[in-house]
Design a binder for this molecule. Structure first.
Ligand code: ATP
Length: 716
């Protein structure tokens, strides 16, 4: 495992750990094409932007991470084995900025788990027929889990300036296993799809892959009555990017077509989906004209559709009445009064208002379609009747930290989510571990780290009543009529005490405009343009559009909007997008807290996608903000392997007569009794280091995955 000239495979084995030695080791390994390095059980992965030789998966089966070369397979095997031996939920948290390699890592992880777990099928069954039925079921689930990836990527990924295959949604995928460790099902939770991408994006970026895949099929397009030329669609033409050298839309289309078949979609399902996608593309071509003459004479008619034939085509694809659709794009019903005086009036929109309504419909159609795709995949991944999920492995692959030229509400949410994950890492790896040593009375020199809690308080509030960006934004949306400048001023007044917030109004920086504010995130300073924050936070789908969609004779379109009926009748104020996102992220963190975590920390090697080129400044910046050096220090100073007393008892109580079969004392005393009975004294609180020379301890080490520095097995 250790080869001269390749640097240390585990950062905790380095004699001295500083930012410089960390970087040196990473560079040495990367220059040899080695992209993975361990920090104890964590893996640091540096994106090679080229294919690297993959080892045999078989070489990792039943091997502890410290026994094999650092690789995601090794982490996956440890995770899977922990699930089997502890029968407890595991999760792997994959973090890093956009383009750092999270999605590729998650796929490597899944591939290995699918490989290693399928061999467990029927292991516990004496009956050959039952065993072969179980094998078939496992194969079915495994295929569906793997095939869900290309489908999710087609609908949820896009080319950005940072990554040709950037995930524009957050994904938490749970793989469910039965008592024998065979996969029985799965479940995907998705977070905040960047739906604004459907109608606008930066120059040089693309919309979601699925549009270009569909357009690469001339026969399909002619069946839909549409041209296959992407430049003919304003929603795509807006960013001037159609073909990408690293993306093969034709091949990807065929892969997705194959994958959805495995997922149980039939031809009708696919046709309906393509019709909705076609309608979205065409919606962008609907043009409105402000009619000055008419508006002078008849105050109510101030906008008309310039190309009615396009609306007819959209209506046809969505199977709705064209006049109804046209009306709901150009006017809006507004409720006035309360109680008996309640009534509805219809106001005619101007050209800009109608264009906003059109874009809102396109965005909602797409995001609802994406929800539907995920729901369909989930229904196909449900465990079969009679199969039970005993424990899960969750894989979190969420959009990475983003800094663009123009950062809007989406970047704000994405970066907030990354702050929360960084905090999770800090709490679990840096803080709680140090606190535990203090609690256990083990000699410990505190290790400093950057704590991002103040940034999270700034965004979401330290308590329900404290000022925060989300609370102030919601307040502005509630009041209405707040200009962007007033919103930023509100932020500046309410959040002036935060060292992580800056706006021109609080005099911190004159380079910021009145509509901008800056958050000093853990990963860097980001200037946000607040212009569309209120619109995007309200995220309103107008009742007229919902009613039009409800008249559709397409089962799919009906399905996409079925949940809105109750919402339209409800008197309650709709929850804003930011508050919904905050709730979802907090629930995600709670889910992760309930699992044993494993970490893959992805690092982007360079911005030019230049293969094995390591941009030192760029990488160093990530090493610093990911707190990697601190993670090594904590790991190095502490014990690489730790077990909860309860789990230790459960696993090892049979080793001494005193504890087996029944132990009536506390778990802590039981552990001490086992270790004393085996002749191992355990860590002394003064010297801090147990001896690993006893045969018994060596056995324990290999069983429990000991990776302590100082342990002979660890070094061997
Ligand atoms: N292990 C790897 N081997 C080879 N190439 C890789 C590897 N990891 C990443 N890449 C390359 O980097 C690109 C970006 O990786 P990936 O899509 O996984 O990033 P990401 O962190 O998920 O980004 P985002 O947050 O934007 O979704 C890939 O399309 C691939 O070209």
């Amino acid at each position: 495992m250790f080869r001269a000239g390749e640097g240390m495979y585990d950062m905790t084995l380095m004699d001295e750990v500083t930012e410089d030695t960390f970087m040196e080791n990473l560079k040495t390994r990367f220059s040899k094409g080695i992209i993975y390095t361990n920090i104890g059980e964590q893996i640091v992965s540096v994106n090679p932007f080229q294919s690297v030789a993959e080892p045999e998966m078989a070489d990792f089966v039943n091997q502890f991470q410290y026994e094999v070369q650092p690789h995601i397979y090794a982490l996956a095997d440890d995770t899977y084995r922990a699930l089997l031996s502890e029968k407890s939920d595991q999760c792997v948290i994959i973090t890093g900025e956009s383009g750092a390699g999270k999605t590729v890592s998650s796929k490597i992880f899944m591939k290995y788990v699918a490989y290693v777990s399928s061999s467990r099928v029927g292991a516990s069954m004496a009956d050959a027929a039952a065993s072969s039925a179980a094998a078939a079921e496992t194969e079915r689930i495994k295929n569906r889990l793997l095939e869900s990836n290309p489908v999710l990527e087609a609908f949820g990924n896009a080319k950005t300036l940072r990554n040709d295959n950037s995930s524009r949604f957050g994904k938490y995928m749970e793989l469910q296993f039965n008592f024998a460790g065979a996969p029985v099902g799965g479940r995907i939770s998705q977070y905040l799809l960047e739906k604004s991408r459907v109608v606008t994006r930066a120059e040089g970026e693309r919309s979601f892959h699925v549009f270009y895949q569909m357009l690469s099929q001339p026969i399909l397009m002619s069946q839909l009555g549409l041209t296959p030329d992407p430049a003919a669609y304003k929603y795509l033409a807006i960013s001037g990017c159609y073909e990408v050298s690293s993306i093969r839309d034709v091949e990807d289309f065929l892969e997705v077509q194959q994958a959805v078949k495995v997922l149980g979609w039939n031809d009708d399902d696919l046709e309906e989906v393509f019709k909705v996608l076609g309608a979205i593309l065409l919606l962008g071509n609907v043009e409105f004209v402000d009619d000055a003459d008419k508006s002078a004479e008849h105050k109510t008619e101030c906008v008309s559709v310039a190309n009615q034939e396009v609306v007819l085509q959209v209506a046809d694809l969505l199977a709705v009445d064209a006049d109804f659709l046209m009306g709901s794009l150009m006017s809006r019903s507004i409720s006035t009064g309360v109680g008996r005086r309640a009534s509805q009036i219809t106001v005619q929109l101007d050209g800009a208002g109608a264009a906003d309504t059109r874009d809102a419909l396109a965005k909602f159609l797409y995001s609802r379609l994406f929800d539907w795709v995920v729901a369909r995949i989930n229904s196909e991944l449900e465990p079969a009747r009679g199969a039970y999920s005993e424990a899960v492995i969750g894989i979190l692959d969420i959009y990475g930290f983003e800094i663009f030229e123009d950062n809007s509400f989406e970047q704000f949410c994405i970066n907030y989510c990354n702050e929360k994950l960084q905090q999770y890492f800090i709490l679990n790896v840096l803080q709680s571990e140090q606190e535990e040593y203090a609690r256990e009375g083990i000699t410990w020199t505190p290790i400093d780290y950057f704590d991002n809690s103040p940034i999270i308080s700034l965004i979401e509030g330290a308590s329900a009543r404290s000022a925060s960006i989300i609370a102030l934004l919601d307040e502005a949306c509630l009041v209405g009529n707040t200009t962007t400048g007033q919103l930023v001023e509100k932020f500046a007044n309410g959040l002036s005490s935060s060292a992580h917030f800056e706006a021109a109004a609080n005099g911190a920086d004159r380079s910021l405009t009145a509509e901008q504010f800056r958050i000093k995130h853990y990963a860097g300073d980001v200037v946000y343009s607040a212009e569309l924050f209120q619109d995007k936070n309200r995220d309103a789908l107008y009742p007229d559009l919902v009613n039009t969609m409800h008249t559709s004779s397409s089962a799919l379109v009906q399905e996409l909007f079925k949940g809105d009926k109750a919402l339209a009748q409800s008197k309650r104020r709709p929850v804003t997008a930011a508050t919904q996102f905050k709730k979802a992220v907090c629930e995600l963190i709670a889910t992760l807290q309930a699992c044993s975590p494993h970490y893959i920390r992805c690092i982007k090697s360079n911005d030019a996608k230049r293969g094995l080129h390591l941009d030192e400044e760029r990488v160093r910046h990530q090493v610093v903000y990911l707190n990697l050096v601190e993670a090594v220090r904590v790991r190095k100073a502490g014990f690489c392997n730790r077990q909860h007393y309860t789990r230790f008892m459960w696993r090892y109580k049979m080793l001494t007569d005193a504890t087996w079969p029944i132990w009536r004392g506390s778990d802590r005393d039981g552990v001490e009794t086992i270790l004393n009975g085996l002749g191992w004294r355990g860590p002394s609180t003064s010297s801090g280091r147990p001896s690993c020379s006893s045969r018994t301890h060596r056995r324990l080490c290999s069983w429990s995955g000991c990776g302590r520095s100082g342990c002979r097995l660890w070094r061997s």
